[in-house]
Design a binder for this molecule. Structure first.
Ligand code: UTP
Length: 291
């Protein structure tokens, strides 16, 4: 079954990044020369999906505008003969169809996914968090679609974290059934220290079968009073098989100040025009630290 739609929730308040996010959505904060959300959408497009369902809230219109045509700007660039810039600003909008769904209150990630039911309908879909970046040779979403194709069941992306960090994540317990693929036996959102031996942490990429909507409808508020997607996934794995996939790549939480800095350094080093200069700059900086 071909997956056509990607749900991208961007309705959170971004409180970890205040005051920057008071008037600007965190997904619009720039990593080198593009907003975070553009990296996310580029990964989705590179994985073969063109229909994007944005879950938005008030104050997030900049994200919708970023993926829309900008008549004034494009006319201006055309008149000035700035063709490279024109191509650049048009490129991503020309590749995708965007539909927006409003999440009226930030009731949690599970709730953000639930409000997309009428748009997604009865078909499997991908969920990619708007502030979770993965740098990988093979796009992370594409890697996950391959696992879905094989098992035809929902898949969550995981990475190994240290035992001290497990309480910050949704944690998956399960048995490895293929290279990097685990059959999930339990999920726990932000487990208290010492309550799980697993260190497989869920990150912001999911391939979900439509049965998740029924599970979300039955999910009560959990940790933090929010409707947790992890809790709905734990119900789903009681009904059908659920898999976790330890993707190949580096993940950055760009919704967190430190994660954002790490992502900026990483993507700056990889930038085709700036990477070389930036590397030299870092080397100089490191040698100054040593002195
Ligand atoms: P986060 O927990 O990282 O987002 O959710 P947040 O609530 O904005 O962050 P802080 O903790 O206040 O800084 C992960 C993703 O899910 C979306 C967020 O926009 C983010 O992309 N989200 C979260 C929603 O769309 N709705 C929600 O109710 C919660």
């Amino acid at each position: 079954m071909k997956i056509k739609k990607a749900v991208v929730p961007v309705a959170g308040l971004g409180t970890r990044f205040l005051p920057a996010t008071k008037a600007i959505p965190k997904e619009m904060l720039t990593i080198v020369d593009r907003p975070t959300i553009q990296y996310i959408v580029e990964e989705i497009v590179a994985s073969g999906i063109k229909e994007i369902v944005l879950v938005t809230a008030s104050g997030k219109s900049a994200i919708e505008n970023h993926f829309d045509y900008s008549f004034e700007l494009e006319t201006f660039l055309g008149q000035k003969g700035k063709w490279d810039l024109l191509r650049e600003v048009r490129h991503i909008s020309s590749l995708i169809e965007v539909v927006s769904v409003r999440q009226k209150e930030p009731l949690g990630l599970g709730h953000a996914v639930k409000v997309t039911e009428s748009v997604v309908g009865n078909e499997p879909f991908v969920v990619v968090l708007g502030d979770d970046m993965v740098d990988a040779e093979v796009p992370c979403v594409f890697q996950m679609l391959r696992v879905f194709e094989k098992f035809q069941e929902s898949v969550v992306a995981v990475q190994k974290v240290s035992p001290e960090e497990t309480h910050n994540y949704g944690i998956v317990e399960g048995e490895e059934v293929a290279d990097r693929v685990y059959k999930v036996s339990r999920l726990i959102e932000k487990p208290a220290p010492g309550t799980t031996r697993s260190n497989l942490a869920i990150i912001g990429r999911y391939v979900l079968r439509p049965e998740i909507y029924g599970c979300l409808a039955r999910t009560l508020p959990g940790v933090g009073g929010e409707i947790q997607l992890t809790d709905a996934l734990d119900s789903l794995r009681r009904e059908r098989e659920l898999y976790a996939y330890a993707f190949v790549g580096k993940r950055y939480d760009a919704g967190d100040k430190f994660g954002y800095l790490q992502a900026t350094v990483n993507f700056a080093l990889e930038h085709p025009e700036l990477g070389g200069r930036f590397k030299e700059y870092l080397k100089r900086l490191v040698s100054e630290f040593k002195d």
